[in-house]
Design a protein around this ligand. Structure first.
Ligand SMILES: Cc1ncc(C[n+]2csc(CCOP(=O)(O)OP(=O)(O)O)c2C)c(N)n1
Ligand SMILES: [Mg+2]
Length: 898
């Protein structure tokens, strides 16, 4: 029948000039081809066609690229295997899961209006998940964790409902779905490892992050295998994606990585219910065909599961290919309307277009036509697709499953508004109850009473047995006890000792530290350096030489620079993940590596080093999900600072990533000035994250300005970690002014200290402010404690104890926005004067940039004198003159708006 369709298509072209008809000629060719296939098999047919196509290309004939197949199932019915499970019991389980999922959301919205939840997404997904749970999703491979499943976030009620049926979660939890703050066991709205750390692994509800993260997860799995950090297993990553979700660039942006890396451990299942939130995904087109072409073009194995088994009888009678032609003509908006409008409409509008088709269904009732199943709701079709996907080798697989949104929800089925549906009308509830045979009395059904059959009921016994055979409960996140020992600070002796007068940058200092860490016999292997094509920017060539870039196929060419010491080395067991120009991809790798301690029981320590401007503001949502995942590791924002990165200008100069990073609760942000500070933060970070198993991660700025790195002053480690320490006191501790500096601007503060003392007789202390964010968090926590314990003696935040006995105003200068030091305003009040780099960057050198943004030593000194004068501590006349001497122009445009 497919042949007939091809013939029809060819015949749509006009006959060639001078020819009576194309029909005869075409028929001859097709006959000959059919004969070859019949006698010598499909492979021979493929070879012949390929040879013909090549010949056509060689002759300069343009052939349109054909990435689509007809709008039917990829797997022909003749090639299907029978369903291995008990269809009846599985249907029963699915019905009960459907009921409990719906009842959970319905109930909660009846008792607490507006609490939300979703019922239509899971109802379209039920069969796709159920077949997986009963036959495919393994919970373990020997002593290795099992398959990873990225669920569609909005389908969580269904996942909970099934876990409830199997006794994995309690009724109390289900009754407290979305009631997390009542001191009772509860369920979070969506998959959140932060909120349910022993249940969920992957936060997926922000659309697009699941698909992207899962591709890199599958790749990271191979990385760990190729580096012998885990044994090779047939483990799979399954990713359930909404068809609307594929609109997100993140969903489709990295498809070619998966095929390039031959990730046959990756299976996408796209729930093509043809709808998103507001309406149809492609009302005027066909999302399944669009995705087929995109995925096939990207090198994926595509399996379409469009029609259920009840269509097979019709296809068998479709001798002319007309039914397939008709299926191909209809757009998604129509398919959606068919489900809403029912059998009579389908007969008239779909089959009625051609008398031959109308005749084909003349023996079927309207009810039967309406019930004709879509592939994603047919366990037989779904099973076969999954089986093929699991057995497929050499490329990732996508299953495009045609489903109905709100399946079984009566009048809500396939309607545009169904996504927002939280409760059903009484009549719809009782209809649901009858359709799925739920043994709950009618009155109780209307309230949304849950139903769980006894443990010894055949369906529960069956479900548990299936899970046992697949290694146990799937929804389990376990963190092994840590045996990790962090290296002591002495391992970073070189960094602590300073650069002995040599001018280096904190970036260079960090790279040496990383090199050192990777040599550590115990933890060296666990370090995962990740770079989005910025290795050379950060001077990481030496690391490339030392540990190699991970390349799953090794290095298939001789690099042109092989004779050089620092050549571009790629290795099958290379340690560096050089991601190419994709911060999002690199962040996805960071996420896989930063959660490996739980997901693979291997505590890999990722260092994601990137251009700081293209970090938080570009991939902030992924960072949020990383924190939710309880991710660990170091984000290293290279080339930080609005005035330190010279020349590059407005779109490169970062003066705000520290503001953005401060919003992530588990992110600890630091802005170090000297290499020893970086060393102290990294050493302690490794200890806290991997030895003490704290759920936290780090954002550390790195700069490219070279200057002499001093030796670490004795005993300042704790103060560095807390965020502030006095780096250089005024002589004889007689300071009447305090200067805070961070990053390279600390040097400007030191220069200002000299200017103020020498020219204006003002003595100042200089402090290194390594983290305003840590200081603020400590102060907030202390303040809260004081508020809640009014009868107890007040505690003092670290910022105030650090400043005990310290005189005068504070001028804080930073290469970031003023709001960064301003975080301390509640505790320092008018004492604090802030200088920062608010506004758009410019292309110029550091001297001009710092003058423009008023963070150079002269501006710091002027700001200090101005404040002292206003406080009556310095002669006002003298300040005017000082401004002139310092080159400070009072009428200059404000850089914040320039
Ligand atoms: C980044 C992001 N934007 C918007 C939303 C809000 N949202 C939740 S579900 C949804 C529609 C999902 O449609 P689809 O992917 O087709 O899933 P379905 O429910 O149809 O299975 C939207 C827009 C979100 N969760 N994440
Ligand atoms: Mg959808």
């Amino acid at each position: 029948m497919a042949t007939q369709e091809i013939k029809n298509r060819i015949l749509e072209f006009p006959a060639a000039p001078g020819m009576d008809s194309q029909e005869e000629e075409v028929a001859e060719w097709i006959e000959a081809f059919d004969q070859v296939v019949e006698e010598e098999g499909t492979n021979r047919g493929r070879e012949l066609l390929t040879a013909l196509i090549e010949q056509a290309h060689a002759s300069g004939i343009e052939i349109p690229i054909q990435l689509n197949t007809p709008y039917i199932n990829t797997i022909p019915v003749e090639e299907e295997v029978p369903y291995p499970g008990d269809r009846q019991l599985e249907r029963r389980l699915k019905s009960l899961t459907r009921w409990n999922a719906m009842a959970m959301v319905h109930r909660q919205n009846k008792t607490d209006a507006g609490i939300g939840g979703h019922i239509s997404t899971y109802s379209s997904l039920a069969t796709l998940l159920e077949v997986g749970f009963n036959h495919f999703f393994r919970a373990r491979y020997g002593d290795q964790p099992g398959d990873f499943i990225y669920f569609q976030g909005h389908a969580s009620p269904g996942v909970y409902a099934r876990a409830f049926l199997l006794g994995r979660i309690t009724e109390e939890q289900v009754l407290n779905f979305r009631h997390e703050l009542r001191g009772l066991p509860a369920l979070s709205s969506y998959p959140h490892p932060w909120l349910m750390p022993d249940f969920w692994r992957f936060p997926t509800v922000s659309m697009g992050l699941g698909p992207l993260n899962s591709i890199y997860q599958a790749r990271f799995m191979r990385y760990l295998e190729n580096r012998d950090l885990i044994p090779k297993t047939p483990r799979k990553v399954w990713t359930f994606v909404g068809d609307g979700e594929t609109d997100e660039p993140e969903s489709m942006g990295s498809l070619t990585l998966a095929s390039r890396e031959k990730l046959d451990n990756l299976i996408f299942v796209i729930n093509c219910n043809l709808q998103r939130l507001d309406g149809p995904v492609r009302g005027n087109g066909k999302i399944i065909q669009e995705l087929e072409a995109a995925f096939r073009g990207a090198g994926w194995n595509v399996i379409k599961v469009i029609w259920g088994s009840d269509w097979d009888r019709l296809f068998a009678r479709d001798k002319s290919g007309l039914l397939i032609k008709r299926l191909g003509e209809v757009v998604d908006g129509e398919y959606q309307a068919y489900k809403v409008k029912g059998g009579e409409y389908i007969r008239r509008k779909f089959f009625g277009k051609y008398p031959e088709l109308l005749e084909m269904v003349s023996g079927m009732s309207d009810e039967e036509l309406h019930r004709l199943t879509r592939g994603g709701h047919d366990p037989q079709k779904v099973y076969n697709a999954y089986k093929r996907a699991v057995e497929h080798e050499g490329s990732p697989t996508v299953i495009l499953a045609h489903t109905v949104k709100g399946y079984g929800l009566g009048s809500a089925e396939a309607r545009n508004a169904t996504h927002q549906e939280k409760k059903l009308a009484d009549q719809a509830l009782t209809a649901f109850r009858s359709r799925f045979e739920i043994p709950v009395p009618e009155m109780a059904a209307k309230e949304g009473r849950l139903y769980r059959p006894p443990d010894d009921s055949p369906e529960i016994v069956y479900a548990k047995k299936r899970r046992e055979e697949l290694g146990g409960f799937l929804l389990k996140r376990e963190v092994p006890k840590s045996t990790f020992e962090a290296p002591p600070l002495t391992e970073f002796a070189d960094s602590v000792a300073g650069s002995k007068g040599r001018a280096v940058s904190t970036t260079m200092g960090f790279v040496s530290m990383l090199r050192q860490l990777m040599k550590d016999p115990k933890i060296g292997k666990l370090i995962v350096p990740i770079i989005p094509d910025e290795g050379r920017t950060f001077g990481m060539e030496s690391i490339i030489r030392q540990v190699g870039i991970y390349a799953s196929q090794g290095q298939l060419y001789k690099p042109h620079d092989q004779d050089m010491l620092l050549y571009y080395r790629e290795e099958k067991d290379g340690q560096i993940l050089e991601e190419g120009i994709t911060e999002a991809g690199a962040m996805a790798s960071f996420t896989a590596a930063g959660t490996a301690y739980a997901n693979y029981r291997v505590p890999t320590i990722p260092f994601f080093t990137y251009y700081s401007m293209f970090g938080f503001q570009r991939i902030g949502d992924m960072v949020w999900a990383f924190a939710d995942s309880r991710g660990k590791g170091f984000m290293m924002g290279g080339t930080a600072g609005r005035t330190t990165l010279a020349g590059e200008g407005l779109q490169h100069q970062d003066g705000h990533s520290l503001v953005l990073s401060s919003t992530v609760p588990t992110c600890h942000s630091y802005d170090p000035a000297y290499v020893y500070e970086v060393a102290v933060i990294v050493q302690d970070g490794i200890r806290r994250m991997y030895q003490e198993m704290e759920d936290r991660f780090y954002y550390i700025t790195l700069y490219n300005e070279d200057y002499a790195m001093p030796q670490m002053p004795e005993g300042c480690e704790e103060a560095i970690l807390r965020g502030l320490y006095r780096y250089k006191s005024a002589p004889a501790r007689k300071a009447t002014l305090q200067l805070f500096g961070s990053g390279p601007i600390l040097n400007e503060a030191l220069r200002a200290q000299g200017i103020l003392a020498e020219k204006y007789g003002v003595q100042a202390d200089v402090w290194s402010a390594t983290s305003y964010n840590e200081l603020r968090r400590d102060a907030l926590a202390t303040e809260r404690w004081n508020r809640l314990h009014p009868a107890e003696p007040e505690k003092r935040p670290y910022i105030l104890t650090a400043l005990d006995g310290v005189e005068g105003p504070i001028v804080a200068a930073t290469d970031f926005m003023k709001v960064v030091p301003d975080q301390l305003s509640p505790w320092l009040g008018r004492r604090l004067v802030t200088l920062g780099t608010d506004g758009f960057g410019r292309s110029d050198n550091r001297e001009y940039l710092r003058r423009h943004f008023e963070v150079n030593a002269e501006s710091i000194a002027a700001a200090a004198l101005s404040r002292l004068a206003r406080d009556g501590k310095f002669d006002m006349q003298r300040v005017q003159k000082a401004f002139e001497e310092l080159g400070v122009n009072s009428d200059k445009i404000d850089p914040a708006i320039a």
